[in-house]
Design a protein around this ligand. Structure first.
Ligand SMILES: [Fe+2]
Length: 359
């Protein structure tokens, strides 16, 4: 209906609901959505949209660990004072942003986390996936449904070759500082029928205080899980463990719109596998080998979407349907400023069948 009475049309709450339904359906169908030219989005609006995927959720997705300084997540995050669910991440020195003053951001570099590193003389041209992951505390809090990322400032456009360095020769040409995404649904679909059956019927147990537990451990060269060198922190040296916060989750999570199964495992903090017949695999080396074998086909170069960030890009991704990774190495004077938000969900993901979902 057209209106010629000169008033500025005001959207009703109902039409905002309809807009959100379109976004929600698109997200659960395509897993990663890019909205261009959204640089004016306030931290509050970012939080509101992120939270809307689970209105009962309120807290920050990674949770507060008792001993946050020991966690591997600690150095990468700075919180916006007036919207603490939104964090600033990036690289370089920023004198003022949203109430944060004189902050020094550091883009993670694989040499600080991988067991091996690209030689310094090749570091400008070559890089690696830093760490394939799901945004999740994996202890106590349920994995967030969605994550939003806003590119506020992006340094100019060189490219790098992302190497897997795993003997396969796999590599991928990527924009500097890309965020790489792979689909958990594709990862599942690529499995043999036997492995699909295994994935549907197996659960993964994550370590207590997972990001402290692995704080001395090192990553495989493809960023997909850790090498086993006995570097995990003994459980007795972790902060006090609350048994009921330890998470045993299905390997496959069901999409709430399409019903499809995604192989969704955070490979770094996995500790045990619980098989359908009651067997528990707790040999860490074996657990990691199994998870890596299942996941590796899903991160092959042609399976990766490497987003080419432009200022104002607002990316919304389905955290329960994709794995993602930071990529790239910036020079100290290359300033990059991003805002990130996710909130721990009010419910755990649904598994392949009734009764398999985590408690
Ligand atoms: Fe992340």
């Amino acid at each position: 209906m057209s209106s010629n009475d000169g008033r500025i049309p005001v959207k009703s709450v109902t039409s905002f609901d309809a807009d959100f339904d379109v976004i929600r359906d698109a997200l659960f169908t395509h897993q990663v959505l890019v909205f261009k030219n959204q640089g004016g989005t306030s931290p509050k609006a970012q939080y509101e949209l992120t939270r809307r995927f689970d209105p009962a959720a309120t807290s920050y997705g990674h949770g507060k660990t008792i001993d946050a300084k020991r966690s591997i997540l600690h150095p990468d995050l700075k919180t916006i004072p007036h919207q603490p669910q939104v964090q600033v991440i990036g690289n370089g020195f920023v004198s003022e942003y949203e109430g944060l003053k004189d902050i020094r951001l550091k883009h993670p570099h694989h040499k600080t986390f991988h067991a091996t590193a690209i030689p310094a003389q090749d570091d400008l041209d070559f890089t690696r996936f830093y760490r394939w992951h799901i945004d999740a505390a994996l202890y106590g809090l349920a994995p967030p449904v969605a994550t939003t990322l806003l590119a506020v400032q992006v340094p100019g456009g060189r490219r790098q070759i992302c190497r897997y360095d795993d003997g396969t020769g796999d590599e991928l040409d990527v924009p500097l500082g890309t965020t790489a995404f792979v689909s958990g649904y594709t990862m599942y679909d690529l499995l043999s029928e036997a492995d699909k059956e295994f994935a549907r019927s197996t659960k993964v147990e994550y370590a207590p205080h997972p990001y402290i537990w692995i704080s001395n451990a090192k990553s495989c060269s493809d960023g997909l899980g850790l090498v086993s060198q006995g570097q995990e922190i003994p459980l007795s040296d972790l902060p006090p463990i609350e048994e009921d916060k330890i998470q045993i989750l299905p390997l496959c999570w069901r999409n709430p719109v399409t019903g499809k199964l995604a192989l969704q495992v955070h490979p770094s903090p996995v500790r045990k596998l619980h098989l359908a017949d009651g067997t528990v695999i707790n040999d860490l080396n074996k657990v990691r080998e199994i998870v890596h074998r299942l996941q590796r086909p899903g991160i092959a170069p042609k399976m990766v979407y490497a987003h080419d960030w432009k200022e104002g890009d607002f990316v919304l991704f389905h955290n329960r349907g994709v794995l993602h990774s930071v990529v790239g190495a910036f020079a100290e004077d290359e300033v990059r400023l991003f805002r990130q938000c996710n909130v721990a969900a009010s419910h755990f993901p649904e598994g392949p069948a009734e009764g398999l979902a985590a408690a």
